[in-house]
Design a protein around this ligand. Structure first.
Ligand SMILES: NC(=O)c1ccc[n+]([C@@H]2O[C@H](COP(=O)([O-])OP(=O)(O)OC[C@H]3O[C@@H](n4cnc5c(N)ncnc54)[C@H](OP(=O)(O)O)[C@@H]3O)[C@@H](O)[C@H]2O)c1
Length: 261
């Protein structure tokens, strides 16, 4: 039996990872801030799949929270074979609308926590000669717009570099770059989604299936849907200035809700 640790496990993509990994008979360590949601989820996954599901309440926007998860990843007696760095959130508003303190909180969760947890997991994985890390980024990483996309671009760049450095040691790293996924993400951030066409929405369980398939194939970046592969292929060929203008116009349509919230 192997053990997987999933951050942001209680909702959306993280919950889909937890369900799929439990079905595949991995023991789990579930990480998020809401202790009650974690407890319910662990009990349900244990009862349904007969796996061990431990919970670790941690706020990854704080040093203590990150340190608690680092400590779990470093436990020699209970090694973690697969780390899913998934916790994350969106910002309500464009650059300068968002207070700098909130931007720093996002960088702490999306970048510092991902760096520190990947390092804490990869070191013992390298010693054992096996293991995997999935860092959840976004297709926003490939578009020159917004601080959210900038933080996810860091995740992709970091993951690709570290994957190369660790490939010979049996440790696989992969950045997962979904498009729009139906989760609690947009509502939590206060982002209106009425203008997003139906065909652009992805299902979290399918995203996770594609991610685990690509990890097994030793891919270092996974765009988990053919439609987004085509879109991102076109984005790579488009002039950067034109792409910035286009994604800014799209961003104005998909943005903060104007319903008084
Ligand atoms: N949904 C999309 O369209 C989409 C697209 C591309 C990429 N992504 C990325 O996918 C990842 C998961 O997003 P999602 O759509 O599944 O969002 P979600 O449904 O809002 O779930 C976010 C999860 O992260 C946890 N979390 C948030 N802040 C945290 C913190 N400070 N410390 C610890 N846990 C925290 C939440 O639990 P608690 O609140 O209990 O802590 C929750 O379990 C994110 O990294 C996001 O950027 C999402």
């Amino acid at each position: 039996m192997t053990t997987a640790l999933v951050t942001g496990a209680t909702s959306g993509i993280g919950a889909a990872f937890a369900r799929r990994l439990a079905r595949d008979r991995h023991d789990l360590v579930l990480v998020a801030r809401d202790a009650q949601a974690l407890g319910h989820q662990a009990a349900e996954l244990h009862d349904r799949h007969g796996i061990e599901a431990a919970v670790l309440r941690a706020d990854l926007s704080t040093d203590e929270g990150i340190a608690a998860v680092e400590a779990r990843l470093s436990e020699r007696a209970h090694p973690v074979d697969l780390l899913i760095n998934n916790a994350g959130f969106g910002q309500r508003g464009s650059y300068l609308d968002v207070p700098v303190a909130d931007e720093l909180r996002m960088l702490k969760v999306h970048c510092e926590a991902v760096l520190r947890l990947t390092s804490a997991a990869a070191e013992p994985m390298r010693r054992r000669g096996r293991g995997g890390v999935v860092n959840v980024a976004s297709v926003a990483a490939f578009l020159p717009r917004g601080t959210y996309g900038a933080s996810k671009a860091w995740v992709v760049q970091f993951t690709e570099g570290a994957a190369r450095d660790l490939a010979a040691d049996g440790v696989r790293l992969m950045a997962l770059c979904p498009g729009f996924v139906r989760t609690g993400f947009h509502q939590r951030a206060g982002l209106g989604t009425d203008n997003i066409p139906g065909w652009m929405w992805l299902d979290a369980d399918r995203v996770v299936d594609a991610a685990l398939r690509d990890l097994a194939r030793r891919r270092t970046v996974c765009i988990p849907d053919p439609r987004y592969k085509v879109l991102m292929g076109a984005a790579r060929l488009a002039p950067r200035g034109a792409l910035g203008g286009l994604s800014s116009r799209a961003g104005r349509r998909y943005g903060p809700r104007h319903d008084g919230q």
